[in-house]
Design a binder for this molecule. Structure first.
Ligand SMILES: Nc1ncnc2c1ncn2[C@@H]1O[C@H](COP(=O)(O)OP(=O)(O)OP(=O)(O)O)[C@@H](O)[C@H]1O
Length: 229
C-alpha cells in the first residue's frame, strides 16, 4: 500500500537529509507506528506519502501508483484516498460536528442523500452520537479529535495518516482515541501514526518503525516504543 524504495529527502538550505535512504513496505490493512526523536523525519515521511514534498532520490509508490509519475492534477485524487489527522484537530470553528464531517464530502461533490446517510454512521463509529449539533468549542480535546477522525474517515480512505493525534490529549482520553483508530483499521484502512506517546505504543503492540536522523533504525512487529526521547 505504501512502498518507499531508497528514499532520500533533503530540504532546501539544509545540509543534513531529513530522510536518508529509507526503504519500507506497509501492506494494506496494517497499523504502523512511526517513532523517533524530534526531527528524525516522521512528518517528512507522512508529507512524502501525500506528495506534499518530493524526494530527492528513490521511489515512492502509494496504492500502486508511482508518485513521481503522478501528474499534478491527479494529486488531489490521491489525497482524497488518504485521510489525515493532526495533533491540533484542525476543525472548522464555525461548523458543528455534523457539518465538519459533512463538509469533507460536500467538497468532493457527494450527493446530499449519501451525506445524510453516512455522516451519522461515522459520528456513531467515533463515539459522538448525540453530539452532532455541538460546536467545536463545546467539545473536549478528545471529542474534537474524534470529530477529526470522523472527518478523515467518512470518505472511507485506503490510508489514514495520523501525526501525533494524542499529542494534545490526556492519557486516559488517548486510550479512547486509539480505540477509534483501531476500529478504523479493522475496516481495512491502513493506519500510519507518527507519535511520541510511549504508553500508547507499548499498549497497542503493533508494528513499530523507528527513525533516527532520517534513517530507519528499527522495524519491529508487535513492537514497543523503545528508549525515551
Ligand atoms: N519545510 C522544511 N524546511 C526545511 N527543513 C525542514 C522542513 N521540515 C522539516 N525540516 C527538517 O527536516 C528534519 C526532519 O523533520 P521532521 O519534521 O520530518 O521530523 P519529525 O520526526 O516529524 O519531528 P517532530 O517529532 O518534532 O515532529 C528536521 O531536521 C527538520 O528541521
Amino acid at each position: 500500500m505504501i512502498h518507499f524504495d531508497n528514499v532520500s529527502k533533503v530540504y532546501a538550505n539544509q545540509n543534513r537529509p531529513a530522510l536518508d535512504h529509507v526503504s519500507v513496505d506497509v501492506d494494506k490493512g496494517e497499523f504502523v507506528f512511526l517513532v523517533g526523536p524530534s526531527g528524525s523525519g516522521k512528518s517528512t515521511f507522512l508529507r512524502l506519502v501525500l506528495k506534499e514534498e518530493r524526494p530527492n532520490s528513490g521511489a515512492i509508490h502509494v496504492a500502486g501508483k508511482d508518485l513521481s509519475r503522478l501528474s499534478n492534477f491527479k494529486v488531489p485524487h490521491l489525497r482524497r484516498r488518504i485521510g489525515c489527522v493532526f495533533q491540533d484537530f484542525r476543525l472548522l470553528p464555525n461548523k458543528n460536528v455534523y457539518e465538519n464531517v459533512a463538509f469533507a464530502l460536500e467538497v468532493i461533490g457527494k450527493p446530499r442523500r449519501f451525506i445524510r446517510k453516512v455522516v451519522p454512521e461515522v459520528i456513531e463509529l467515533v463515539g459522538l452520537e448525540g453530539k452532532a449539533h455541538r460546536m467545536p468549542d463545546e467539545l473536549s480535546g478528545g471529542e474534537q479529535q474524534r470529530v477529526a477522525m470522523a472527518r478523515a474517515f467518512v470518505n472511507r480512505p485506503m490510508i489514514l495518516l495520523a501525526d501525533e493525534p494524542t499529542g494534545n490529549i490526556d492519557p486516559a482520553t488517548s486510550i479512547g482515541i486509539m480505540k477509534v483508530l483501531d476500529r478504523i483499521n479493522r475496516t481495512g484502512t491502513t493506519v500510519l501514526m507518527a507519535t511520541h506517546d510511549a504508553a500508547i505504543v507499548d499498549s497497542m503492540r503493533k508494528r513499530v518503525v523507528e527513525l533516527e536522523d532520517g534513517k530507519i533504525v528499527r522495524d519491529q512487529s508487535r513492537g514497543v516504543y523503545g528508549q525515551a526521547y
